[in-house]
Write a protein that binds this ligand. Structure first.
Ligand code: ADP
Length: 254
């Protein structure tokens, strides 16, 4: 009798939980789409104002509007990604991709952002022909999250992105290492950074802005790409994220 009741309660509980998850996901989706439309308009006009305004003080204001709208868009995109992950509403479209080419382009995009903070950013690779089958959009978001973090959490020094091949359990992977000389992450906190909404600085003064969503979305995307991600870090010295993705084609080292 008691066993029957417990079983019934647990089925009811699971049903309610599922309904709540669906409701939360629909709500997030609707909210994000409702917010995206006005933000796109603000971004468009702020861009025009930045180009057109000559008065330095007014120009600075327009630039702040543009920067803030960009940040809002990034947050919104992360919320949408998180909501898609929760509702398992993600299509992965694999296509062959030249990793060195892709990463070089990425470093070019981040160069001005790093330069703004007087940081060096470099790309190194030991061979050109490393190919992976990837969903380009997902991989770009992954790299965007990790390199943005490397820049955000580094106040002086260098960001390095390195590509090579790596064998693990008889399988060949493209290995991407993103290294920074930033604030680092204490040993005991390294386990939690891949969980949604978790930040090392939570509860303390918020020195660094963010949602705590980037790395949980990143980890999920890497898993969907059949890869893995890990972190090594030393407090006040720097951090290294390593991504392994199954390599395509020629599998020997040159
Ligand atoms: P956030 O939006 O807070 O940056 P993330 O999910 O991207 O959230 O990262 C989670 C936490 O991991 C961050 O709040 C930060 O404490 C820590 N972290 C991530 N990348 C780095 C890094 N390169 N250096 C130091 N700490 C980092």
């Amino acid at each position: 009798m008691e066993v029957e009741r417990t079983k019934k309660n647990s089925i009811e509980y699971e049903k309610i939980l599922r309904e709540m998850q669906e409701l939360q996901s629909t709500f997030l989706d609707n909210m994000s789409h409702e917010l995206r439309t006005p933000i796109t308009v603000i971004l468009g006009y702020a861009g025009i104002l930045c180009d057109e305004i000559k008065d330095p003080e007014l120009k600075e204001m327009a630039e702040i509007v543009l920067k803030s709208s960009n940040r809002l868009t990034e947050t919104l995109n992360l919320l949408l990604d998180q909501s898609d992950i929760q509702s398992e509403n993600l299509d992965v479209e694999f296509e062959k991709c030249n990793m060195a080419e892709k990463l070089k382009n990425l470093v070019n995009i981040f160069q001005p952002v790093a330069n703004d903070k007087n940081l060096d950013i470099t790309f190194t690779n030991n061979k050109e022909d490393i190919f992976c089958k990837l969903d380009n959009k997902m991989f770009e978001k992954v790299m965007d999250n990790i390199v943005s973090n490397a820049i955000k959490y580094t106040n002086s020094g260098h960001i390095g992105i390195k590509l090579d091949s790596y064998i693990k359990n008889d399988k060949v992977f493209a290995r991407i290492e993103i290294t920074d000389t930033g604030i680092g992450i204490a040993d005991e906190k390294q386990g939690m950074i891949f969980e949604a909404f978790r930040q090392v600085s939570e509860g303390m003064n918020r020195l660094y802005q963010g949602t705590g969503l980037g790395l949980s979305v990143t980890k999920k995307f890497i898993e969907l790409l059949n890869g893995e991600i890990s972190v090594k870090s030393r407090l006040n010295e720097g951090t290294k994220f390593t991504i392994l993705l199954p390599q395509e084609g020629k599998l020997f080292f040159s």
